[in-house]
Write a protein that binds this ligand. Structure first.
Ligand SMILES: NC(=O)c1ccc[n+]([C@@H]2O[C@H](COP(=O)([O-])OP(=O)(O)OC[C@H]3O[C@@H](n4cnc5c(N)ncnc54)[C@H](O)[C@@H]3O)[C@@H](O)[C@H]2O)c1
Length: 263
């Protein structure tokens, strides 16, 4: 047994949308700290590439190609993948933005949109989290070892982002859902927390702010003088996944360089 409270040796985590960006780094950070990982992504090649990388670290990695908006599919693959990996202890709902095919750059004003425009935002960011939590919680409860669910939301959901109203609502919805789920699951020692991000340099964000002048303008909103890297949230996810945080549940923690405060 390790005396390091951050050690995840012997644990299994699911990370959704792990094929690139923040999710990819979360999966790597958990694996580097001893965790075996179920790697979900809509795109099979992304999940497989990362699984190979994690296997090279000496950890077990199970790639899962799947859309988190498809509840019946999630309910089918999750128990099988958990059984293959020897259980499930940690769930990181990371898949988000405009869904696998979507463009997450600024959208039209809400009053110019139609319900058909809202579906991809609500699908991956809200229903995807409900689907995965619904399929995962019986596994965590039956295992009887507690557990940690970490939902990646956005400061858009805490402070609002013009042009991203439905995304903001979906992420705020996840925060409210997580608080309630934490209360239902507390007696099973399953904790539920949210990590709220502002701009992180991921492939999608890099494409939007490739112009140095735009990057300079965006950076002005960050007291720490830079936008985030995928390592920034990954370190907090590691803490929330580990035994270093066993008395923390039902909370939302921003990782945002000071972009917006919480009190
Ligand atoms: N990057 C940022 O600046 C930023 C800011 C705030 C919040 N976030 C949140 O952080 C999380 C990760 O963001 P990112 O920028 O790293 O994402 P990204 O768009 O770079 O990558 C997301 C990955 O998830 C996969 N994915 C998307 N929809 C899926 C679905 N329905 N089922 C399965 N896989 C799916 C994609 O294929 C992709 O590989 C998201 O929840 C996002 O909303 C990101």
């Amino acid at each position: 047994m390790s005396n390091n409270p951050l050690s995840l040796t012997g644990r299994v985590a699911l990370v959704t949308g792990a094929g690139q960006g923040v999710g990819r780094q979360i999966a790597l950070t958990l694996a580097e700290n001893g965790c075996d990982v179920l790697i979900n992504d809509f795109f099979e090649d992304r999940a497989r590439l990362l699984a190979d990388e994690i296997a090279n670290l000496g950890r077990r990695a199970v790639p899962i190609a799947g859309d988190v908006t498809d509840f019946e599919a999630v309910r089918s693959w999750l128990p099988k993948a958990a059984a293959e990996a020897g259980g499930l202890d940690i769930v990181v709902n990371n898949a988000g933005n405009a869904g696998p095919q979507g463009d997450a750059s600024e959208q039209p004003k809400f009053w110019e949109t139609e319900p058909s425009d809202w579906a991809r935002w609500l699908g991956t960011n809200l229903y995807g989290v409900l689907n995965v939590c619904r399929a995962a919680t019986p596994l965590l409860i039956e295992r009887g070892k507690g557990g940690s669910i970490i939902n990646i939301i956005s400061d858009a959901g805490r402070v609002g982002e013009a042009g991203l109203a439905v995304y903001s609502g979906a992420k705020a919805g996840v925060a409210g859902f997580s608080r309630a789920l934490a209360k239902e699951l507390g007696r099973h020692r399953v904790r539920v927390n949210c990590v709220s991000l502002s701009a992180i340099m991921t492939p999608g964000v890099a494409a939007i702010i490739s112009d140095p002048e735009v990057l300079k303008r965006v950076t002005r909103a960050y007291p720490l003088g830079r936008i985030g890297t995928p390592e920034d949230p990954s370190n907090l996810v590691l803490f929330l996944a580990s035994d270093a945080s066993t008395w923390i549940t039902a909370q939302t923690y921003p990782v945002n360089g000071g972009f917006a405060v919480s009190q």
